[in-house]
Design a protein around this ligand. Structure first.
Ligand SMILES: [Zn+2]
Length: 200
């Protein structure tokens, strides 16, 4: 593992996680307005270098690439939030992987922004969900705790249709949140374009 520590996960040049040249190749996607979401910010499209990075982090356990990406994301955000909230992962996915990417992103953003992490959301287990794409088509349901923070920064790793973010934002709004902004590392370029690559 130590061989990976000081090289870029994309091009293998010396770097801490991912090199500046590869970060420069990331292109921010156009994110359409999402229902109940104040502002959506996504670092890159899930294609080219962006897809390689997310794959390395999520499926090859090369988490060292996460820090420079989250740092780049944090640089685009203001800290006018009361809490950073990760979209709850499917428990089975989390067990398989042993770590939770949205949670790792939320923790690092929390440090950057000086805003605490909160966990007001629970995923409702209906026993029929087989991953993000299908779950988004079927409509993932979330439940909120009795007390939710007022201004929330909602965090996910990859956004596909946006349905998960909308479901979380609606749930948080009904539970009393005044505003929910959303951030993600990557967005699939278009619905259906990356169904083979994104299985979450
Ligand atoms: Zn590189």
């Amino acid at each position: 593992m130590w061989l990976f520590q000081n090289t870029c996960v994309v091009c293998n040049e010396p770097a801490s996680g991912v090199c500046g040249a590869c970060v420069d190749q990331l292109s921010p996607p156009d994110v359409p307005p999402l229902l109940a979401v104040d502002k959506a910010t996504v670092l890159c499209s899930y294609e080219g270098v962006g897809a390689e990075l997310v794959t390395a982090i999520k499926y090859e356990n090369r988490r060292q690439a996460l820090s420079p990406l989250v740092d780049a994301l944090a640089a685009t955000l203001h800290s006018n939030f009361d809490a950073v909230v990760a979209v709850p992962s499917h428990p089975e996915r989390r067990r398989e992987r042993g770590f939770d990417v949205p949670e790792l992103i939320a923790k690092r953003l929390s440090k950057h922004l000086g805003v605490p992490v909160a966990k007001p959301l629970k995923r409702v287990d209906n026993g029929a969900q087989q991953g993000r794409d299908r779950a988004e088509r079927q409509g993932v349901e979330f439940r909120a705790s009795d007390r939710v923070p007022e201004r929330i920064l909602l965090v996910d790793d990859v956004v596909t249709t946006g349905a998960t973010a909308v479901a979380c934002a609606l749930t948080l709004g009904l539970a009393g949140a005044r505003s929910t902004s959303f951030v993600a590392l990557a967005a699939t370029p278009a619905p259906n374009a990356a169904t083979t690559a994104v299985s979450n």
